[in-house]
Design a binder for this molecule. Sequence first.
Ligand SMILES: NC(=O)c1ccc[n+]([C@@H]2O[C@H](COP(=O)([O-])OP(=O)(O)OC[C@H]3O[C@@H](n4cnc5c(N)ncnc54)[C@H](OP(=O)(O)O)[C@@H]3O)[C@@H](O)[C@H]2O)c1
Length: 310
Amino acid sequence: MQTILITGGTGLIGKALTSALLAAGHKVIILTRNPDRYQESGKLSYAAWDPAAGTIDEAAIRKGSAVIHLAGAGVADKRWSVKRKMEILNSRVKGGELLCKALTTIPNEISVVVAASAIGWYGPDPVIPNPKPFEETAPAYDDFLGSTCQIWERSMDPITAMGKRLVVLRTGIVLAMEGGALAEFVKPLRFGFATILSSGKQMISWIHLQDLVRLYLNAMESGSWQGIYNAVGPIPVNNKNLVLTLAKLVRGSSFLPIHVPGILLKMVLGEMSIEVLKSTTVSSSKIRTAGFQFAFPTIESALNSLIKST
Ligand SMILES: NC(=O)c1ccc[n+]([C@@H]2O[C@H](COP(=O)([O-])OP(=O)(O)OC[C@H]3O[C@@H](n4cnc5c(N)ncnc54)[C@H](OP(=O)(O)O)[C@@H]3O)[C@@H](O)[C@H]2O)c1
């Protein structure tokens, strides 16, 4: 049994990961800005940290054997005002810096840190269809998401210099019914509309939440894993295929496909529309070569399992 610290463990990925770690017999301490909101139970406890204030519960650091670092302001939660962009960036960078400072100054037995990053690192596919998938060696794209991911990942560099193992998972679009992108696609289906965004040709590099949870466990437990890995499924899908596959599973044949024009999305979402309009095809070949096997390799298997689970 190990004691795993999870920053941002109260979020979509963190909750699923916590359940899996507890089921595997580990202790979990969630580092949150609001520990008073949550109730300890069994092997699960909460400890305070606040990246903006630069404070962290020292006792939690002393108890931990591994850290999973997920915290950060939601990229798609609000329109990207200048203030929101600063919050998205600062929450990640200050979180990384605080964690590194804590691991340097507080005596601890932590040997491995697994940190989230995102496929926002990569730019748009240079050609559509059939682009060459982005490998981990591709440079960061020169836009807000690319720069944010670059600075975010760099904030974790000191971990390696401390002699601890660092694994960074550049995560694709996480498919889960509890939240994130899929929940947004399901909403209009309640009224019978399958909303295809723009041409629907933009590629989505996705991963099932349960595969991502297994990937985090794998990265934490396998001593040979080190460095950057793309956390995406083996078969990216375009927006139209994803939406229509989902619609058929949820409503059979009783739905109406509609295209939401890209210009409208740009007006409503502003710069954040890039999140839904950009085509990004990302390679999973490094994690597969490292031995990871997907429980949900196809979009049909992933959506089927998610819909059955509700
Ligand atoms: N879900 C996806 O599709 C996806 C895709 C690519 C990458 N990722 C990355 O994976 C990580 C986890 O994703 P998720 O979907 O689980 O995120 P989430 O549900 O939004 O949860 C993130 C957690 O971060 C903490 N947080 C929020 N705002 C913060 C701020 N301003 N300062 C410090 N902490 C803050 C919150 O914990 P407390 O309120 O308890 O402190 C929150 O529960 C994120 O870094 C995200 O960017 C996710």
